[in-house]
Design a protein around this ligand. Structure first.
Ligand code: ZN
Length: 349
């Protein structure tokens, strides 16, 4: 039974793909199906979130792997050329800017924008995020343009290579250690993001790239939508060593709600994936490095999620599951909002 207080805790969600769904035009008025729109965010107490701009590319067929049932390897998706990435990203970002112009949401440009959304009864706050840096040129000149447009979070890679780094291919079971790390351009990108005040997100990056970014000490490490490899041994999840490094940097792990990444068998089984499994991943990170370093990164509209959650309106049920799992109200507040606020604020200073 949801506790009274859990209902009132504001939520910041660290990753959604709603901007790139075919019915994105109904984000403000309410979509049929899908996971996230602005009316359902309000119902769920979700007052802020990171909205991803993503450019599709052809995905390779999964190759079965003999030993384990369900095991597979999916080669990296095709590279995206800069002109196409820039064009698609300009249009997709325009969708978010249009929603701000209509008054349906506010785009976060500094940390006080997050506080206003948390404390007030106004529109939710959206962080403009690129999932993959293909829309950034080698000289990083366009990064200035994107910053001016509101870009405040950047994942150097999705699960494919680009000039900056190598994304981790989808694979189960698999270590995240799948290839080379950051290129020289990638190092310049991370440093420039830190100078400008754009958070760097390591979701979808392979392990070598993760350690290369960590070594730059550019800011607290963020992995926006992922799980614990100790509980679900797929390539997208973080090893305990990586989780320790995130904690030591003052950063955070955003726990994904994707059935694939939560489950030990990588099965797409929304009915069979209980909210307690999300809680288990939260607990794993919290017990290793503390509740200050774990948060939410749903991947709404980018994956399949537990039926018990349903969509973003179901967030109070997850808060209640955390409470039932022994997390205090103060801990749930940190997980649900304050940790994202602290870490984004550190990058945006
Ligand atoms: Zn993703």
């Amino acid at each position: 039974m949801p506790s009274e207080s859990a209902h009132q805790i504001p939520v910041f969600d660290g990753h959604n793909d709603a901007l790139t769904r075919p019915d994105h035009a109904r984000l403000a008025s309410g979509r049929e199906g899908g996971h996230l729109d602005l009316p359902r965010m309000r119902t769920g107490g979700v007052r802020g979130g990171i909205f991803a701009v993503f450019v599709e590319s052809k995905r390779a067929a999964r190759e079965p792997v003999a030993e384990t049932p369900g095991a597979f390897y999916e080669p990296p998706a095709a590279r995206v050329p800069y002109p196409r990435a820039a064009a698609v990203s300009a249009a997709t970002s325009g969708r978010l800017l249009a929603l701000e112009r209509e008054g349906a949401l506010r785009i976060a440009r500094d940390a006080t924008d997050l506080d206003v959304a948390r404390d007030g009864d106004g529109p939710p706050v959206a962080v403009l995020h690129f999932e993959g840096a293909e829309a950034i040129d080698a000289e990083l000149e366009s990064l200035e343009t994107w910053y001016a447009a509101g870009l405040r979070s950047l994942g150097p890679v999705w699960s494919r290579p680009n000039r900056f780094a190598h994304g981790v291919p989808f694979a189960f079971p698999s270590s995240p250690d799948t290839g080379p790390g950051l290129s020289p351009d990638g190092r310049r990108l991370v440093r420039r993001c830190a100078e400008l005040g754009i958070a760097v997100d390591l979701a979808h990056m392979n392990e070598a790239g993760f350690w290369d970014v960590a070594a730059l000490e550019a800011g607290p490490l963020i992995v926006s939508h992922t799980g614990a490899h100790a509980l679900a041994a797929n390539s997208r999840n973080l090893t305990d060593r990586q989780i320790d490094a995130v904690g030591a940097s003052g950063g955070l792990v955003g726990i994904v709600f994707s059935c694939y990444f939560l489950r030990a068998n990588y099965a797409n089984d929304p009915e069979g994936t209980p909210l307690s499994l999300i809680v288990a991943h939260v607990r794993h990170v919290a017990e290793r490095v503390g509740t200050a370093h774990v948060a939410f990164g749903s991947d709404f509209d980018g994956t399949t999620i537990p039926a018990a959650l349903g969509d973003v309106a179901g967030m109070p049920r997850l808060l209640a599951a955390l409470a039932e799992g022994g997390f205090s109200d103060a801990e749930i507040r940190a997980i649900a909002w304050d940790n994202w606020r602290r870490v984004l604020g550190a990058w945006w200073r």
